[in-house]
Design a protein. Sequence first.
Length: 450
Amino acid sequence: MNKYKRALVKTYKEMAPAIFVAMIATGLGFLALFTSDVPMIADFGKMLTIGIIVSFIVASLFLLPLLFVKDQHFTKLNNQKNKTIIRSRFLYRFTMKILKFKYFIIVLALGLSITGIILDQKVRVETDVETFMPQDSDALKDIYELRDRMGSTDQIAIIFQSDDILSNENLNIIIDEIAYLNNQYEERIVKINSLFTLAETMDTQVNETSINQLINNLPDAQTKIWITDDHTQMVVQLMIEKMESNDLDNFLDELDEYYQTVETDEISVVITGQAVIDVTMISSLTSGRYTITLLGMLAVFLGLLLIYRRPLKAITPLIPITLIIGWSGLIMYTLDIAYTPLTATLGALIIGIGTEFTILIMDRFYKNENDTMPLSEKISETVNTIGKPILISAITTIGGFSALIISDFEILKNFGIMTVINLVLAVISTLLIMPIVLYIQSSMSLKLKK
């Protein structure tokens, strides 16, 4: 076996297992996205998982063989290069320096992370879908023009249900409820449309007989908007003022609480409509970000525990990445960047990507056979060896996500900015915090052995 084949086999033996573990950890981090109630987030997680699996297969089956072919058959090109390869020792010296100030750095990093977690509660949550679009788009201008003419483009549908919704008793209840809504929420409700609106237009009296005659005289397409064929459900449409998500959510809660008192054994009420769907979707996207992040961390920890069978070794790669969650919140608060449906997924995204870096550092550290070397030098040598590939990998990933920053859509632009920032934080945490974590963990292990 020539030296090139030996190099290929050695690369597979030493690097493939670590990269495979990193891939599993990354996939487990993305797995938390599958738990989202919103299909778009779950699909995003699926595509990320598929992407890393394909990347691992391509790197293993195509990239390394290509490198082998280059070295095996294009030796003249290799010989033309400078034979004296000067190995950079910058990362070695950098790591030695930070280990001297390890306790100060770790306390500062932890303090910033805790501060960020606290301030993260104050970060704005942008839920207005219109702000996600290019503000100079014709479609958005048309929405504004339509709203000016109609008074509202937001709708809530209140569905009254009963065995016979057209009984005189039920009709009187619905009329009373429409009057209540007009009086109680005249500042929020622009207009109320219902079957009774048609009756008023046609000077029809509101009673069981006249309403039935009205229904029989109207086209089916018209009546189906307001009442079902079996006369068990009737819709009352509320055209409402444009409201922020929190105000709209509070308004819907008020309506829901009120109609719980209105419901009887004879009639029930359901509140639905596009506005309800929008509030529910945005709430699921933004309020669930902590759950997604925690589930991602738990999934990665359990996966690494199953692989390593050592709790301390399983938690070590997660410690530096956990700090990023607080740092990210601090930066978002400082730069006044709001959470959106996309930025709400960043926790799981960074756990997946960042854990890959820290696992590679940890794996290389434990494979360092020179146990006689002082611990700080051993860690510094590890970072110097594997740090450059991590930096190159991070730079290429940052370059890919940077393309989103030039998007006309604000939601994509902010997602690109925060992803790039978080990737930079992942590199900083990997090269700055991970060596300190390894030093403290190894020192504790040595003390326990003694």
